[in-house]
Design a protein around this ligand. Structure first.
Ligand code: PLP
Length: 391
């Protein structure tokens, strides 16, 4: 009998991938499925980024790069942060990762072990909890409430910190709720963290360019007082429609950087060289495709919110960021997971049940509106029809 380590009895996964597989299978059997399950832009990667990767391959960039990423790319990240937020980030503290997720993995591996607490948002991206459990650390959910516009509360977060807490994970704009935490709340959190100098912070800012209604993203990099214990996760996947390229970046405190570099050397060596050149083109090239995608997501956000509020038993707060709507379905009489599964099997609409995002997810489902307006309208019609008949 093969015996793997116990950690693999605890590792979880992301149900969005299982829903994607099921939706793809149903579609291959001839069913017409509208997929609002997976969180990825439906736009192609902008052409000039693709061209930069092709050029890099033609120019002979076929070998390993430094494990931390090529310097021009790290410099481009640093310049971009300075341009967008006015912050100074040393390119030598920027780490190029094979996707945003790998920063999550690395930071939780750095701090997680039995006996320690790691705080994470609930509902939240499912990999936070999965990885925390994998390391044997205690996952401590920080509740995120609909009444609070799905922003996190500094007070509630700080109240959960104990001497066992090593890492606090925060995420704004947020998956799955579309919540954006206002600057004042982040100010409060940072102020409160002064009392807990041994707690590291991992701020997942992968949706930083997707905020609406004039809201501005507040990066944690703007607070020099926590830089020596702050990890910021970001990447190209969502902003530049590059989910399949596997390219992310993170900023690390100086004293953690070398550990992550060594982890890279042990695990993935470096990110694909041509992809890194594409990353430079994305940051330094024209941003009109990003603006275009943001405007399109904004239109769809309004469409999906209005449509959801028109469904029997459903109410949906207007999401302020990312590309997800997170409607409350408590008055439909359905539990979230059976509803998500019946919507897929019987109505041909893929969505994700709230419980896949945490213990506080019951009563909600997540729809990704990174799909065409036409498909969103079709999905809403089908959902309406389904709920009217099956309530
Ligand atoms: N963080 C959040 C909150 C996400 O929603 C996602 C992807 O869905 C990621 C990180 C991971 O991004 P990537 O595809 O770059 O690994």
């Amino acid at each position: 009998m093969l015996k793997t380590v116990d950690a693999f009895d605890r590792i979880g996964e992301e149900n969005a991938f299982a829903v994607l597989a099921r939706a793809t299978k149903l579609a291959s059997e001839g069913r017409d499925i509208v997929n609002l399950g997976i969180g990825q832009p439906d736009f192609p990667t902008p052409g000039h980024i693709v061209e930069a990767a092709i050029k890099a391959l033609k120019d002979g960039h076929h070998g390993y790069t430094p494990a931390t990423g090529i310097l021009p790319l790290r410099e481009a990240v640093s310049k971009d942060l300075n341009k967008r937020f006015g912050v100074e980030v040393d390119p030598d503290l920027v780490m190029i990762m094979p996707g945003g997720k790998v920063t999550m993995y690395a930071s939780i591996l750095l701090f997680g072990e039995p006996g320690v607490d790691i705080l994470y948002p609930d509902p939240g991206f499912p990999i936070y909890r999965s990885m925390i459990e994998f390391t044997g650390a205690n996952p401590i959910p920080v509740p995120i409430h609909e009444e609070n516009g799905f922003a996190f509360s500094a007070e509630e977060t700080l109240a959960l910190i104990t001497p066992k807490t090593r890492l606090l994970i925060i995420n704004s704009p947020a998956n799955p709720t579309g919540g954006v935490t206002p600057k004042e709340e982040i100010d409060k959190l940072v102020k409160g963290l002064e009392k807990f100098p041994d707690v590291a912070i991992m701020s997942d800012e992968i949706y930083d360019q997707l905020t609406f209604d004039g809201l501005e993203h507040q990066t944690l990099l703007a607070y020099p007082e926590i830089r020596d214990r702050l990890i910021v996760l970001n990447g190209w996947s969502k902003t530049y429609a590059m989910t399949g390229w596997r390219l992310g970046w993170s900023v690390w405190p100086k004293k953690l950087y070398d550990n992550v570099r060594k982890l890279a050397v042990n695990a993935w060596s470096c990110v694909n060289a041509a992809t890194q050149y594409a990353g430079i083109a994305a940051l330094e090239g024209p941003q009109d495709a990003v603006d275009h995608m943001r405007r399109e997501f904004d239109k769809r956000r309004k469409l999906v919110t209005a449509g959801l509020n028109d469904l029997p038993g459903v109410s949906c707060a207007t999401p302020k960021g990312a590309f997800y709507a997170y409607p409350n379905i408590k008055q439909t009489g359905w539990k979230a997971k059976p509803l998500a599964s019946s919507l897929l099997e019987d109505a041909g609409v893929a969505v994700i049940g709230g419980p896949d995002f945490g213990v506080l997810g019951e009563g909600y489902i997540r729809l990704s509106y990174a799909n065409s307006a036409e498909n969103i309208a079709r999905a809403l019609d089908r959902m309406k029809d389904f709920l009217e008949k099956r309530q």
